[in-house]
Design a protein around this ligand. Structure first.
Ligand code: ADE
Length: 225
């Protein structure tokens, strides 16, 4: 899977891409993350990429031309690649979106900054928009990393354990169940007996019950869905 990221701050991604499962995905050639520096498509002697919002107000808006030029440099219309933009003004990114998009061979992510990007780019060229939560970040780089992490761990060469991925929180619409590891007693707290019983049927039943209880208590909205 080739992920092209259009950003002003590619350096933000470096330690992320060099660590853990994402790094394994890159080394296994399951994903390839490439960067396009938006500044290279800036306008004039100062490579301007942002400008004041029409109608006034605080903050700057990313100009449409540099983004369009960057998209064109990536030949974005070839193969109908998804063009993803992260913004708080969008539906929440869900595991179902990640499951779907992790199967695409190539996609482009545009990272906004400041007040966002000119709406005309969003209207005409962005194909999918997602928010990663109801709060405002300084830019789209962290959401892009969240997305890359979520798709990288689903590339089967990487995880080597599809069962693990399929039993994660959200894969069945519920939160995951509590997890324990050794020692069996830690600071006087004991692991639930069922988990050390060796009875796989009971363990599986316990996990389902716990997942249900936890979801009902913490995220009743998921159960309504
Ligand atoms: N850009 C800024 N804030 C964001 C958010 N919460 N989700 C996605 N993109 C963003």
């Amino acid at each position: 899977m080739i992920i092209d990221v259009i950003t002003l701050f590619p350096e933000m991604f470096s330690s992320f891409l060099q660590s853990s499962i994402v790094n394994r995905a890159i080394k296994a050639a399951a994903i390839d993350v490439k960067f396009t520096q938006l500044r290279d498509f800036g306008i004039g002697n100062y490579n301007q990429v942002d400008d004041y919002p029409y109608g006034g107000g605080a903050g700057m808006v990313i100009k449409p031309e540099p983004v369009y030029q960057a998209l064109q440099a990536l030949d974005f219309q070839q193969n109908k690649r998804p063009v993803i933009f992260f913004t708080p003004q969008a539906p929440l990114l869900k595991q179902t979106d990640v499951n779907r998009l992790c199967q695409t061979e190539q996609l482009i992510i545009i990272c906004g900054h400041y007040k966002g990007i000119d709406q005309r780019i969003r209207d005409a060229y962005v194909t999918e928009e997602f928010s990663i939560g109801d709060y405002v970040l300084t830019g789209g780089e962290l959401p892009a990393m969240v997305f890359i992490d979520a798709v990288a761990r689903l590339q089967d060469q990487v995880l080597g354990d599809m069962e693990s991925a399929l039993t994660d929180s959200h894969q069945d619409g519920l939160l995951g169940c509590p997890q324990y590891t050794r020692p069996a007693i830690f600071n006087q707290m004991k692991v639930p007996d069922v988990l050390t019983s060796g009875d796989h049927k009971k363990i599986s039943q316990w996990r389902q019950e716990k997942a249900w209880e936890l979801t009902k208590r913490i995220r009743p909205d998921l159960i309504d869905e």
